[in-house]
Design a binder for this molecule. Structure first.
Ligand SMILES: [Fe+2]
Ligand SMILES: [Fe+2]
Length: 303
């Protein structure tokens, strides 16, 4: 079977497979012993998701609050797991596409960085052997990673998404309430910033052809839309525990979550990452499509 670059559906070996022991000792040499935290803890509290401002949440029983938080926490951890797994594949693909020895060396090191990130993040997941996801962002990532257009790969995945990932991890580390996971997330930052910086440097050298430009705009428009729609995942978690909400209730929840404010600051951050000397016209075109404007809470609630 041929797996995609992101490898989301790639299986794990059996528990008894000797490969596990070899991998463990190889990892141990690189990053020391990785402790396994299989507890079902809460790593980010209600404040991280702004759920403390949502009436329907604060009026819920403690047990319901924990269940909602648990779902939100799980989503963040699983997303990180899949992103790191995708990172291994992406960096390995870039080893083969490298045009200089140094580039090849860097990408092979980066691929190993993502291996250590995956191993470390997995130790916090109660079920660290995930082989499928229905996360739309991850599906977009899978499609982008398949292209052989280097300008698209570098600009979208390494400049924008690695840059975005860096801010995302910094924020997760800042708000994480357990010291072990906080330290793990902090340890990723230096690597991720190197991955991003390499993308920025290489991007200066590639010329973005007309066809690549079109593809980039299309991908970024879909990606930005996932941000424009606000914290849909948080609302879905509330609904999963509290039962489905009416349109008016949903509007109130989005309002109390500060959906528009949050989306607009995220969209601004992305605009900053997308703005490089040779990509100004791409940002302009996305602006014309209103891709940096957050949806109103009414629009968010209608999706
Ligand atoms: Fe990573
Ligand atoms: Fe990375």
């Amino acid at each position: 079977m041929n797996y995609k670059v992101t490898g989301f559906d790639i299986p794990h070996v059996s528990k008894e497979d000797k490969l596990r022991r070899i991998l463990d000792s190889a990892l141990q040499r690189k990053v020391g012993k990785i402790k396994v935290y299989t507890t079902d803890s809460i790593y980010w509290s209600a404040e991280h998701f702004d759920l403390d401002k949502v009436d329907i949440f604060t009026a819920s029983t403690l047990e319901e609050q924990i269940q909602i938080l648990h779902l939100c926490n799980q989503t963040l951890l699983e997303e990180a797991y899949f992103i790191e797994k995708a990172g291994i594949g992406y960096m390995s693909k870039m080893v083969m596409l490298a045009e200089t020895t140094e580039e090849r060396m860097l990408y092979a090191l980066f691929s190993a960085d993502e291996v250590t990130h995956l191993a470390k993040i997995s130790s916090f997941l109660p079920n660290p052997e995930l082989v499928s996801t229905n996360n739309t962002f991850l599906h977009l990532l899978t499609d982008v990673a398949e292209t052989s257009d280097k300008a698209v790969l570098i600009f979208v995945l390494q400049v924008i998404l690695e840059g975005w990932g860096l801010t995302h991890y910094r924020n997760l580390a800042k708000n994480c309430i357990t010291t072990e996971l906080k330290a793990v997330l902090k340890s990723f930052l230096e690597d991720e910033s190197r991955h991003h910086a390499t993308g920025v440097r290489l991007c200066e050298q590639v010329s973005i052809e007309h066809q690549s430009r079109k593809i980039i705009i299309e991908i970024l428009a879909s990606f930005l839309q996932m941000v424009q729609v606000g914290p849909q995942g948080v609302v879905a978690a509330v609904e999963q525990i509290k039962g489905s909400l009416s349109r008016q209730q949903k509007i109130t929840v989005f309002q109390q979550l500060g959906a528009e404010y949050h989306s607009s600051s995220r969209l601004n951050l992305l605009r900053g990452l997308m703005t490089n000397p040779q990509t100004v016209s791409i940002v302009q075109e996305l602006d014309e499509q209103n891709a940096f404007t957050p949806f109103s809470v009414e629009q968010c609630a209608s999706l």
